[in-house]
Design a protein around this ligand. Structure first.
Ligand code: BGC
Length: 382
């Protein structure tokens, strides 16, 4: 976390803890083991646990259900903490009606046209759960699975290793997919996600994380004044069902140009057909850097009121920026307030939506013997 020494001390005082327990680099806790508690039980009696982690000034709570980030707390410029990630208090809310709040997404992030694709000449039909399409893995995606969670605290890092094995044919996808996701809080308070997967049959895979950010604090109102930059000269326009048309359209001269930071609200009401269809921003940005061996910085989000910033680095080729268009005031979050349209945004690092049906998009095929590996780093600051 990029904090001045003054901010660190003020933050510790505000939080009622010793300055050494919060810290930027100079004050890193250096590996306090994550703490586990029972969070709830599913209808079939399966226990769901919640893990609390803290390092480098960042505090996080993670559920074994869906790998959900239930809360993520950060200091503001005066050291006052707020939870900047939307979530619920009760497991029942996650099970009944969560729009993927804070969850891991798999096997395939975003949409696949009509839930159909052909691989090596064989046609597959997936679970359809978004009109006529498949969204975020189908009706029972990775966000609705209970993951095995192992904590670690080594060197200066703390974190969790999450495992889930998706059986051959689950939600219609071929192959037994063994997924491993590592959440690390670094000594600088960065949140790093390392995804890995292997398969025993050719399949498609596109894992991501679906945190809803509001850097002013969840439930505090709109994110339209947050400033966002995305290093992308192209994006993928969609049809009415939010399936990419296949075109890589230029962002220049359109509301989709975030190459220089601008408030999200500046152009969100422009009469652009793509904004009308999606009720705001809900598109995949084609990152200028393309696929890279290592995570590279691709987006910065800043809340002017609190001073909090989020920088995202990834090795992936795409970023789904979703401006919370379908939040409609019917869900009540951890702070007791309802979530309305535009009260949060998602920044999902990924391969492009519907890639299994788009031969010109980078491939999402995984074959036996290969290991799917990708990393995204969230760096926080003020
Ligand atoms: C999608 C939205 C969808 C949302 C689900 C986002 O990743 O792009 O279209 O409504 O997830 O809450």
């Amino acid at each position: 976390m990029e904090l001045s020494r003054r901010t660190v001390i003020a933050g510790a005082a505000a939080a009622g803890v010793a300055a050494t327990a919060v810290g930027g680099t100079a004050h890193a806790t250096g590996g306090r083991k994550p703490v586990k508690e029972l969070f709830g039980k599913l209808a079939d009696g399966t226990k769901v646990y919640r893990w609390s982690l803290e390092n480098g000034g960042t505090r996080m709570k993670v559920l074994s259900y869906g790998g959900v980030v239930q809360s993520l707390e950060l200091p503001d410029r005066r050291g006052r903490y707020a939870n900047v990630s939307l979530g619920f208090d009760d497991l029942d809310d996650y099970v009944a009606s969560s729009p993927y709040m804070g969850a891991l997404i798999g096997r395939y992030g975003n949409r696949i046209d009509k839930g159909r694709f052909t691989l090596d000449g064989k046609a597959y039909q997936l679970s359809v759960n978004d009109g006529e399409n498949t969204l975020h893995g189908g009706a029972q995606g990775f966000d609705k699975r209970v993951w095995d969670v192992e904590p670690f605290a080594g060197g200066s890092d703390v974190g969790l290793v999450l495992h889930y094995t998706s059986v051959d044919g689950e939600m219609g996808y071929p192959g037994t997919l063994k997924a491993k996701v590592t959440y690390t809080l670094t000594r600088d308070g960065d949140w790093r996600i390392d995804y890995e997967a292997t398969t025993d049959k050719a399949t498609v895979v596109n894992l991501t994380s679906h945190v809803y950010w509001n850097l002013a604090g969840e439930g505090s109102g709109t994110i339209e004044d947050h400033e966002l930059s995305i290093a992308a000269s192209r994006y993928t326009p969609t049809d009415a069902g939010l399936i990419p048309t296949g075109e890589l359209a230029k962002t220049a001269g359109t509301p989709f140009d975030f190459r220089r930071a601008k408030p999200i609200g500046r152009d969100i009401r422009a009469a652009h057909p793509q904004l009308i269809t999606a009720k705001g921003f809900d598109h995949n940005w084609v990152l200028d850097k393309g696929i890279t061996d290592r995570p590279e910085h691709i987006a910065t989000l800043r809340d002017p009121s609190s001073g909090r910033t989020l920088k995202i680095a990834t090795d992936q080729p795409g970023l789904q920026f979703y401006s919370g268009n379908f939040l409609d005031g019917t869900l009540t979050g951890t702070g007791g307030r309802t979530y309305r349209q535009g009260d949060a945004l998602c920044l999902e690092t990924q391969h492009f939506p519907d890639s299994p049906n788009q031969p010109s998009f980078p491939s999402t095929v995984l074959r036996p013997g290969q290991t799917y590996r990708t990393t995204t780093v969230h760096s926080f600051g003020v």
